[in-house]
Design a protein around this ligand. Sequence first.
Ligand SMILES: NC(=O)c1ccc[n+]([C@@H]2O[C@H](COP(=O)([O-])OP(=O)(O)OC[C@H]3O[C@@H](n4cnc5c(N)ncnc54)[C@H](O)[C@@H]3O)[C@@H](O)[C@H]2O)c1
Length: 456
Amino acid sequence: MPSPPTRRTLAPPKFPAMSTAPKNTPAPSRRDFLKHSSALAVGGSIAASFGSLPTVHAQGSEAINVALIGCGGRGSGAAINAMKADPNNRLTVMCDLFPDRMTEARKRLQTQLDQQFRVTDDTAFTGFDGYKRVMESDAKVVLLCTTPHFRPLHLKAAIDAGKHVFCEKPVAVDAPGVRSVMQTSEEAKKKGLAIVSGLCWRYDYAVRETVKRIQDGAIGDIIAIQENYLTSTLWQRPRQPQWSEMEYQIRNWIYYTWLSGDHTVEQHIHSLDKAMWLMGDTPPVAAYGMGGRQVRTEPDFGNIYDHHAVVYEWPKVRVFAFTRQMAGQKMFNETDDYIFGTTGQARILQNEITGPNAWKYPREQKRNDPSMYDIEHAELFKSIKDGNPINNGHYMCLSTMLAILGRMATYTGQRITWDDALNSKLDLTPASYEWGDVKLPPEALAVAMPGKTTLT
Ligand SMILES: NC(=O)c1ccc[n+]([C@@H]2O[C@H](COP(=O)([O-])OP(=O)(O)OC[C@H]3O[C@@H](n4cnc5c(N)ncnc54)[C@H](O)[C@@H]3O)[C@@H](O)[C@H]2O)c1
């Protein structure tokens, strides 16, 4: 099995001091998106009404071939969203690490996509190198929906091969990965290739309107933001005797920092991304925090924490970010963003503003809005057809790095500056991708211990 390319040599990207950013309803659960997509696809009529989605499809418009890498829950949902974007689109290639996941997903998608499903035995690839075959295929657009660890490698390969990309979040699990994706995103710009990010709230009409009103001054100047992602536990796939350690970890990727980045990177990123958006897509100065592993302590739960609380410092604003994955009776669970301004307040996922400029997104309109997952793909394909490809590279890297900075702060117990985090050499890439043991230093697989764990 070939060794993965090293990313240690890449220089950190230069983030502009200020960018003009384009201007959370419970957070998307990993169960909801598929349910939603499937419900919309009932009867095989994926090409049904697009509601108020941007119009992509013109009479006789080009058929676009699409490839999916990572055929799990989100990947299957994304494939459906991509087919709904234009009835001429076709899913022609699929790739998953595991043959059983591939078989399940092929059956599911064949039923749901009907005529738009064109994958054959010759265009269904498995294994660590399967993505390379995808890049040689006729697909014009690639959906990157694997476990986050592989995103920098797959994104680079896709852009090198001249593909447009839909890129799930997070885009990396460590700073070298973020630096790699930043460079790849710049390369995509030069080549005129689209990269649409799976940070889906930026595509939700009601959230966009709420954020725009805040940016237009509806609550005065922002003083503080509180991000809550307090939620229950997720799935676990029981260890099988025939699985190597590598297979166990990849099948249970959410519990391993090297694969998911920890849940504060993999899941809480949706909240942190909204804070980043409201901060004009500029990085904070530093962060500190605390976290730990209190409930999910057994070795089969890998090495991630089950709670994190982080303070992010911008020059004039503090962001207080809380996330927890625990289950039990009477737990207080909530996912929302509280924005405190000099003249008012807002809750992003409630789509509401209080104070002198009180406002709420109309419920009726919200009911009729298309799903943000459909909007992402409608806008992606429209941008390709218009010859004006969307590139979300800048903010998807900033928000991923923001989440990684928070993890570094809780794992080490230190106050860590943005620059130190971004320049970190901690590379969570194993020495090789092959079935057997995971070839990472023991400290990268251990549970972090504040006061002892260091950044590099
Ligand atoms: N935007 C959202 O709302 C949202 C929701 C859920 C998940 N996600 C993201 O989507 C991604 C996938 O999550 P999921 O819930 O579908 O997980 P999943 O475990 O259901 O699916 C991941 C799939 O990727 C495959 N895979 C892993 N490594 C691979 C490789 N090297 N090559 C090919 N295939 C590989 C796995 O075998 C698996 O089938 C994650 O990054 C997750 O954070 C986003």
